[in-house]
Write a protein that binds this ligand. Structure first.
Ligand SMILES: Nc1ncnc2c1ncn2[C@@H]1O[C@H](COP(=O)(O)OP(=O)(O)OP(=O)(O)O)[C@@H](O)[C@H]1O
Ligand SMILES: Nc1ncnc2c1ncn2[C@@H]1O[C@H](COP(=O)(O)OP(=O)(O)OP(=O)(O)O)[C@@H](O)[C@H]1O
Ligand SMILES: [Mg+2]
Ligand SMILES: [Mg+2]
Lengths: 257, 257
């Protein structure tokens, strides 16, 4: 089983889009895949037609009564797509940081739950919220690959430096290394801001950045309107082809770059 | 003094862009304007050339020793633009929810600090993080106008319903009403997703939605690369003209839409 975290503290960079598209591709290739929505705002849960406000059991249940959890299997909802499952978020997740506060040992709740599911899924994708807190710490503790979507624009570059510093701090506590790959998203070759940011990213992070880019593609919005992974809507769209190339690269390298 | 909050739990919808552009416009019109960065990720602080990781005094100081705060004036940094000031964020803000936990009375820290600055600024803009927590509660308690940027795409619509439900809960504790205006952003009239979402927004929120839209404009990214509000880079760009129209509408109506 391979566990992927998709994270960046900057909002709106394509975390949910990356999760849906990559997990969708693996499911289409016959791999049993679970997506976990760790964002209290519940974009991933909404994408597949569930309501984070009213959902009964969600990731939140894992944190409520550790160990006595409703069987993990009941947390994994089927989607309309073969091999693709969802562990939904509920808006109650927004209260976790306040509730847990400085309580020890709450950083491994998700990792333990995922281990219990090891025989059911070949891939697990964790969609993170755009904020540093107990949920992101859980995601990084549970994963063995990390994708960091970064919009090709100025503000996102500065944000990446901060994200990598934070990552360094969190990862010091892990025993196993976590390889990461920086994925340039929403690349628009018509604008100077995109071209300069990409050049800057490649100069500063030559070893961790993916050699290609995810281009701007208006079909992503269309796909989310219809609740379909883009590869189901149009496998030949620019965005779908780019994510398929990313998946092939990461799988071929065994880990990162 | 007029205090505006710019908030939406969804990431990447244009909160920071709205703050910079509206505050920039007011400053250019000769109004003394303060921008407050409440996002631990510090996009607004970075935009104006400061570093949220290393900054000494920031909004965080307000929460540290309530009452014995470094004089609020020292928290307001000058920018290179006349009449435009910044109260920066530091990354330490990310720890506030955990630190404060369920402690009472921490929802009014920002409101009290802003009241102390009433004689120095005509307008105050609060840029919120994409997460519901003590920082957003502080922003909503401190403001008398609320702008909710909403991307014209499907996921954002669902997110808006949740945001408005949350808002209702938080506002019940306020004595004064808070009028809000929904600002459709990144509108791309070439895509069906944008057109349908806008139609949907107008049907569901006829009284609270602004009658126009902020169009997609690649110059916003250029402006952030150069650290300029768009209206300083190019006052005749589509995005700048749209925000100027928004500002005129809100000022003319005295309050909301
Ligand atoms: N390559 C792309 N081209 C065009 N639009 C895109 C692309 N990737 C994502 N989008 C659109 O950008 C918006 C933001 O994407 P998404 O919600 O995946 O970001 P996120 O990082 O998950 O946001 P949040 O911080 O709220 O979790 C969505 O409307 C999505 O459809
Ligand atoms: N109308 C627009 N047209 C094109 N690009 C835009 C527009 N508004 C904002 N942007 C760009 O979209 C990106 C996200 O905007 P911004 O950072 O303001 O969103 P945000 O809601 O503040 O994000 P966060 O949730 O991280 O705080 C930035 O690159 C910005 O330049
Ligand atoms: Mg998301
Ligand atoms: Mg922002």
């Amino acid at each position: 089983m391979s566990v992927w975290a998709v994270a960046n503290q900057k909002g709106g960079v394509g975390k949910t889009t990356t999760t849906v598209t990559m997990a969708g591709l693996l499911a289409q290739r016959g791999k049993s895949t679970l997506m976990i929505d760790l964002d209290p705002h519940g974009s991933l849960t909404t994408y597949f037609g569930y309501d984070p406000d009213s959902i009964e059991t969600s990731v939140y249940s894992l944190f409520q009564n550790e160990g006595g959890v409703p069987s993990d299997a009941s947390l994994c909802l089927a989607t309309q797509f073969d091999n693709l499952y969802l562990m939904p978020a509920s808006t109650a997740l927004a209260t976790l940081d306040r509730q847990l506060g400085a309580r020890e040992g709450m950083g491994l709740v998700l990792a333990r739950a995922i281990q219990r599911l090891a025989d059911r899924f070949e891939h697990v994708f964790i969609d993170c919220p755009p904020v540093l807190g107990v949920l992101m710490v859980n995601a990084l503790a549970a994963s063995d690959r990390l994708l960091i979507p970064v919009q090709t624009e100025f503000l996102a570059l500065k944000g990446l430096e901060r994200m990598l510093r934070t990552l360094g701090m969190i990862l010091r506590a892990r025993r196993r290394p976590l390889s990461y790959i920086i994925v340039p998203t929403m690349f628009d070759r018509r604008t100077r801001a995109s071209l300069e940011s990409l050049k800057n990213l490649r100069e500063h992070h030559p070893d961790e950045i993916w050699k290609s880019v995810i281009p701007v593609d208006t079909q992503f919005r269309e796909a989310s309107r219809l609740g379909l992974p883009l590869t189901q809507l149009n496998a030949h769209s620019r965005g779908a082809i780019a994510y398929a190339t990313l998946l092939d690269t990461v799988l071929a390298s065994g880990n990162g770059g």
